[in-house]
Design a protein. Structure first.
Length: 122
């Protein structure tokens, strides 16, 4: 069997005895431009805050506890990954970003509790 040259930068990859092709991006993910949170445009900040709020609400619904330091870091890292997927550049993970995510936790949970209370009453 002759090996074929693929011009789409794919390489042969064997999975469970079957020959397939896998993009090189799976092995070498592209490097994204990195920006600090305070350098983002307003729309980009809104997207990031929305992602963080959704993650906080999901964690709240699952645990019914206010996230602590480790969970806040997990929220921040997951939000960075999702933001990267949406906009093809990333936000730098630093102390300022952690402080911003931490400051969003309590207001987001309070807002969720108000919504839950309205649903119970109405």
């Amino acid at each position: 069997m002759k090996a074929m040259v693929n011009t789409n930068l794919q390489m042969p990859f064997i999975i469970d005895g079957y020959l397939g092709f896998v993009d090189l991006e799976r092995f070498f993910p592209p490097e994204y431009e990195s920006k600090r949170y305070n350098k983002l445009k307003d729309t980009e900040k809104n997207i990031f805050r929305g992602i963080v709020q959704n993650l906080i609400i999901d964690l709240w619904k699952y645990n019914r506890q206010i996230p602590d330091g480790g969970e806040v870091n997990q929220i921040m890292n997951t939000a960075i990954e999702r933001f990267e997927e949406e906009l093809s550049f990333t936000v730098k993970s630093d102390k300022d970003l952690r402080r911003i995510v931490q400051s969003m936790v309590v207001p987001t949970i309070n807002k969720q509790l108000r919504c839950e209370k309205k649903k119970e009453e109405g």
